[in-house]
Design a protein around this ligand. Structure first.
Ligand code: 2AM
Length: 190
């Protein structure tokens, strides 16, 4: 059987989650059709892996998550942004101002571990841009209001967090949205 998996840093701090929920509420208030990320699903992806056989998932647990060594570090979450850009938002996110080099280092360690297992780099993968997705845009009604909100919050401080764990997540796609489960966890030193 194949599982859909990815590696991420979860947002666990209830204070930060509620700030992100408030931000999601203001995105929703623009009236643009969107699918917000559920509060329990908020995370920063380090590497999307996709569908892989169960045997390989076991190897990823052991060889990538099991061997991941890192020191805890702080993140500052700041600024609304969008892919591919604020004038054509498809994915709306919060950026990482401080600590992005720590996330990039984790991304590189994970990539190296996956490469050792023979997992090819993501197809068409561009440079890793750390971000925390808040919502996926589903239509263009009221789009100007959303663009304005994004531009006005380009430097908005959302909060801070300490990265102490990296998780291998399983994603089950359902009609009501994805269900994420933790399959393995790497804890920071100390
Ligand atoms: P996103 O936040 O940029 O949308 C689980 O699907 C996570 O993996 C999401 O956070 C998503 O990132 C990320 N991801 C990266 N590439 C993906 C892809 N090709 N398909 C689905 N999710 C992907």
């Amino acid at each position: 059987m194949a599982l859909r998996v990815f590696i991420a840093v979860d947002i666990d701090d209830p204070m930060l989650v509620s700030r992100l929920e408030r931000l999601i509420d203001s995105l929703r208030a623009t009236g643009v059709p969107m699918k917000p990320v559920e509060p329990e699903n908020l995370h920063i992806t380090l590497r999307f892996i996709g569908e892989v056989p169960e045997g390989l998932v076991e190897e990823i647990k052991r060889e990538v998550i099991g061997r991941l060594e890192f020191d805890p570090f702080d993140l500052e979450l700041r600024g609304l942004g969008a892919f591919p850009g604020p004038y054509r938002p498809r994915v709306v996110w919060v950026g990482v101002s401080e600590g992005s080099e720590g996330l990039r280092r984790l991304h590189d360690l994970v990539e190296e571990g996956l490469r050792r297992l023979g997992v090819p780099p993501e197809r068409g993968a561009k440079e890793y841009v750390p971000h925390l997705t808040l919502a996926r845009i589903k239509g263009s009604r009221n789009l100007q209001a959303l663009t304005k909100l994004i531009l006005e919050h380009g430097d908005y401080l959302v909060g801070r967090m300490r990265v102490t764990s990296v998780r291998l997540k399983k994603s089950t796609l359902t009609r009501r949205g994805p269900i994420y489960e933790t399959l393995a966890e790497a804890r920071a030193r100390g």
